[in-house]
Design a binder for this molecule. Structure first.
Ligand SMILES: Nc1ncnc2c1ncn2[C@@H]1O[C@H](COP(=O)(O)OP(=O)(O)OP(=O)(O)O)[C@@H](O)[C@H]1O
Ligand SMILES: Nc1ncnc2c1ncn2[C@H]1C[C@H](O)[C@@H](COP(=O)(O)O)O1
Ligand SMILES: [Mg+2]
Length: 199
């Protein structure tokens, strides 16, 4: 499937999915990718939190789901991503989709409505690393889901619903596994190598 042909854009653009566990460091790495490559970073969690901050009725419903560490409905999150991609399609050098797909069906629907990704970056982190990073982030983040109970639920859901996404794309040969245990810069050198392999 040609990437983004069905997103009102005639250009062929790289679409990179960052599908990793909570607290594995995908947001941190996306910032560095934007700085080096100028790609457009779209985080499904950030888009949802913006809707929550707007105070809309839909935002209130989303907040209740996210506080519990559950997944919001697929159509809601995919429509938000698609809208954001269309808004940037004419000028973007490529899209980094952070936090999507969270389940195999999300990947299938993305391909039907938008296009196929060129790369899936999977930051492999130990559960204890993810918990430690999220608990530390929770000291200052203000995120309602950075607490012990919700972190546990998010991790359970990650192993149940999101890990199968990796196997789904491994069959296509587009998965690059990144070890999360080093410093931010050490992790980034692996991310950059994976992106450079696209050229
Ligand atoms: N390589 C690293 N070593 C140590 N700490 C890190 C590393 N990468 C990220 N962190 C820290 O871990 C925390 C989680 O990182 P980040 O917010 O990027 O994760 P995320 O995968 O986007 O999480 P979420 O799914 O909850 O949005 C942050 O406080 C970040 O500063
Ligand atoms: N792709 C998504 N599908 C359903 N729900 C999502 C998706 N991305 C984010 N969310 C909800 C549920 C998550 O626990 C929170 C926070 O997301 P994060 O990527 O960790 O910032 O938002
Ligand atoms: Mg994040």
């Amino acid at each position: 499937i040609p990437p983004l042909d069905r997103c009102h854009c005639n250009k062929i653009i790289n679409v990179i999915h960052f599908t990793c566990g909570p607290g594995s460091g995908k947001g941190t790495q996306c910032e560095k990718v934007v700085a080096k490559y100028g790609f457009t970073h779209l985080s499904s969690g950030d888009l949802l939190r913006a809707e929550v901050s707007s105070g809309s009725e839909r935002g209130k419903q989303l907040a209740a789901i996210m506080e519990k560490g559950e997944l919001v409905p697929l159509d809601t999150v995919l429509d938000m991503i698609k809208e954001a991609m269309i808004a940037k399609a004419d000028t973007s050098k490529g899209f980094l989709i952070d936090g999507y797909p969270r389940e195999v069906r999300q990947g299938e629907e993305f391909e039907k409505k938008i296009g196929a990704p060129s790369l899936l970056l999977y930051i492999d982190a130990k559960a204890e690393t993810m918990v430690k990073r999220l608990m530390k982030r929770g000291e200052t983040s203000g995120r309602t889901d950075d607490n012990e109970e919700t972190i546990k639920k998010r991790l359970d859901l990650y192993y149940k619903a999101t890990e199968p996404v990796i196997a789904f794309y491994e069959g296509r040969g587009i998965v690059r596994k990144i070890d999360s245990e080093g410093s931010v810069d050490q992790v980034f050198s692996q991310v950059a190598k994976a992106i450079d392999s696209l050229k």
